[in-house]
Design a protein. Structure first.
Length: 262
């Protein structure tokens, strides 16, 4: 049976749809036109100009490191924390006179979660939220999970009872680049026996996954949230490029703020 029923499309976020996603009653939520498509195109054009294509950042190119990339490098980690607030201000400047898409998302989370929402802090320092990710022709994201406590041994990471991945799509590829997510999780216990073969929970072979997956082909302006305990991937881009602002949202319980980082 196709798992398409595990994708929920809503006009606006609310508490129930967030709870359902954390509780795996669905694996993905799509909010079409969360950000105006015309604003998205204008912002995408500016962000394309800013990203250094010679940076060689890996499977995608970005204006800053993600937290996953800095956990084992003190110098890069220091740079990561130093850009946290400038990143928010920069996106506001580029978005003006329209609102920043990341600000809109943070407000939506804050208003619809009982405990509110805030930027994640570690060691008293704010973490960036809403990094730019550019995927070019030929790039793809292999099947993987994103589970913070597997990447970083921190009390807050271990206290999380759920983690979402969020993407606001500013531009999308002409062909390929769809988001693929399975109604399938690999537990910490299972992962412990696989970590040496698939370090960083990245690059699971497709033959260990169900045949059917939820396939999402977003349009500019769409917001997509997924439960990152579910294995997910980005199909290879065959024509064009796509750019998103992306991050994670951690759940420490309904009475505590959601924590946002990238």
């Amino acid at each position: 049976m196709s798992p398409d029923h595990k994708l929920v499309t809503v006009d606006v976020l609310d508490e129930q749809v967030l709870r359902d996603l954390f509780e795996l009653k669905c694996v993905a939520v799509r909010v079409p036109e969360f950000y105006d498509a015309t604003y998205s195109k204008s912002l995408a054009d500016l962000l394309y100009q800013e990203i250094d294509s010679s940076a060689g950042a890996g499977i995608y190119e970005s204006n800053i490191d993600s937290f996953w990339n800095v956990t084992k490098d003190a110098e890069r980690r220091e740079r990561y924390f130093n850009v946290a607030l400038p990143l928010q201000r920069r996106l506001r400047r580029l978005s003006a006179p329209h609102p920043s898409p990341v600000d809109l998302l943070r407000v939506a989370l804050d208003e619809n979660w009982p405990g509110g929402a805030t930027l994640m802090s570690m060691g008293g320092r704010k973490m960036p939220f809403g990094i730019t990710r550019l995927w070019r022709t030929g790039s793809e994201g292999l099947p993987h999970q994103d589970v913070l406590h597997r990447e970083f041994d921190d009390p807050m990471a271990h206290a999380m009872v759920g983690q979402l991945g969020v993407n606001i799509y500013l531009d999308t590829a002409d062909e390929g680049g769809e988001l693929e997510t399975w109604d399938h999780t690999i537990s910490d216990e299972e992962y412990a026996g696989m970590a040496d073969r698939y370090p960083g929970s990245y690059g699971y072979p497709r033959d260990i996954l169900p045949d059917e997956a939820v396939l999402i082909a977003p349009q500019p302006g769409d917001l997509v949230l997924i439960n990152t305990a579910c294995v997910h991937a980005i199909r290879k881009i065959t024509t064009g490029r796509r750019i998103t602002v992306s991050g994670f949202v951690g759940n420490l319980g309904p009475d505590l703020p959601l924590r946002c980082w990238s």
